[in-house]
Design a protein around this ligand. Structure first.
Ligand code: CAA
Length: 267
């Protein structure tokens, strides 16, 4: 096979794998040889899997993880190397990455290794971040002459505060999972062998609750970053009141008082 043909066949390659386990969609980034670097094609495939999950009422929760040594080592540097400012501005480069942050269904990131640059930013777009004890996080863009461009300066600062975010973005220092957890970036840490088991246990647990209630809780929590406190509190109260329009709310409270498990119908 010629180099050109080899390149062609790589273009046709699947960059992600999608698996289903009951009401959970598991998206695995499958470019381990490039540490799951986030190339344009991978992001397109990821976005179409997210669209599929959002449109399928059988899916309650999405899990994203990486194959091999990394969750993702950032945007694809070889793809970016020769781009000009005019090109990236004209195409609004990186903008499609934001799709993940607009998911209405909960997304759990299972970080098995490096989550660097765009990989860390992608993790921060998720709702819950579980990490293996050998995972590493960081925003190393400065070391390659650029800066975070998929929300890193904003979401990291919101999660860990200004001085820690500033230090990470200005030095490019990689931090271990333990430090990332202590600073509030990571939700929980597990031994590598337990990461997916624990991730799936949480995913299944959430997916069994009433889907409309899950959606309302996600919306209310996300309001913190988007609206002032008074508006957020008012919106939360309205969302709470809206749960009284659901059969699931009545069922949940009735089941509690009848000392039996609730049977939610997602309506
Ligand atoms: N883009 C493209 N290829 C990458 C990559 C990336 N972000 N990260 C790793 N790779 C490739 C390497 O080029 C290498 O490929 P070859 O085998 O063909 O040479 C392969 O993955 C394995 O990588 P290394 O040999 O470097 O592995 P290592 O174990 O020695 O080091 C690492 C691991 C420290 C994570 C190192 O790969 C690294 O520093 N990667 C780049 C991290 C980075 O700078 N990320 C930020 C990207 S910019 C960005 O993300 C912008 C944004 O905000 C959206």
């Amino acid at each position: 096979m010629s180099t050109a043909e080899h390149h062609e066949s790589n273009q046709a390659e699947e960059m992600i794998r999608v698996d289903f386990d009951d009401r959970v969609m598991i998206i695995t980034l499958t470019r381990p040889n490039a540490l799951n670097a986030l190339c344009k094609k991978l992001i397109m495939q990821l976005n179409s899997a997210l669209d599929q999950a959002e449109n399928d009422t059988r899916i309650g929760v999405i899990v994203i993880t990486g194959a091999g040594q990394a969750f993702a080592a950032g945007a694809d540097i070889s793809e970016m190397k020769n781009l000009t400012f005019a090109e990236v501005a004209e195409k609004d480069f990186i903008q499609p990455w934001e799709r993940l942050s607009r998911c209405q269904k909960p997304v759990i990131a299972a970080i098995n290794g490096y989550a660097l640059g765009g990989g860390c930013e992608m993790a921060m777009m998720c709702d819950i971040i579980y990490a293996s004890e050998t995972a590493q996080f960081g925003q190393p863009e400065i070391t390659i002459g650029t800066m975070p461009g998929a929300g890193g300066t904003q979401r990291l600062t919101a999660l860990v505060g200004k001085s820690k975010a500033m230090e990470l973005c200005l030095t490019g220092r990689k931090i271990p999972a333990q430090e990332a957890e202590a600073m509030g970036l990571v939700t929980r840490i597990f031994a590598g062998a337990d990461l997916m088991k624990e991730t799936m246990a949480t995913a299944h647990k959430i997916a069994k609750f009433s889907a409309p209630v899950v959606r309302m809780i996600k919306e209310a929590v996300n309001n913190v970053a988007e609206v002032p406190l008074v508006a957020g509190i008012r919106s939360e109260r309205r969302l709470f009141q809206s749960t009284f329009a659901l059969e699931d709310r009545k069922e949940g409270m009735t089941a509690f008082l009848e000392k039996r498990p609730a049977a939610f119908k997602n309506r």
